[in-house]
Design a protein. Structure first.
Length: 93
């Protein structure tokens, strides 16, 4: 019989959906209100496909995708970690 606690550890959101949700939280808006939509910045299908194949094949190396979105530096890693940070400026003029 499955344990209810086990089902809570399963992540049902796609990797790009998690990116959108994290940025929306940081912006204080609904994910559907983000402008421009993430799909206009990156190829969602390509990112999802890359990480789906990484999960299936489990290569020895790691896969990482980084991009900028509206002042945020987004990093997605092959271990399904998503990092969204405010993009740092160097402060020089």
């Amino acid at each position: 019989m499955p344990n209810d606690d086990d089902s809570q550890s399963i992540n049902v959101d796609s990797i790009t959906t998690r990116v959108v949700k994290r940025i929306a939280i940081m912006e204080g808006v609904d994910p559907l209100e983000l402008q421009p939509p993430l799909y206009s910045i990156i190829d969602i299908d390509a990112v999802e496909g890359l990480f789906a194949s990484a999960a299936d094949d489990r290569p020895e190396g790691t896969i990482s995708v980084e991009f900028e979105y509206q002042g945020y530096q987004v990093t997605i890693e092959s271990d399904d970690e998503v990092y969204v940070r405010v993009k740092q400026t160097d402060g020089s003029n």
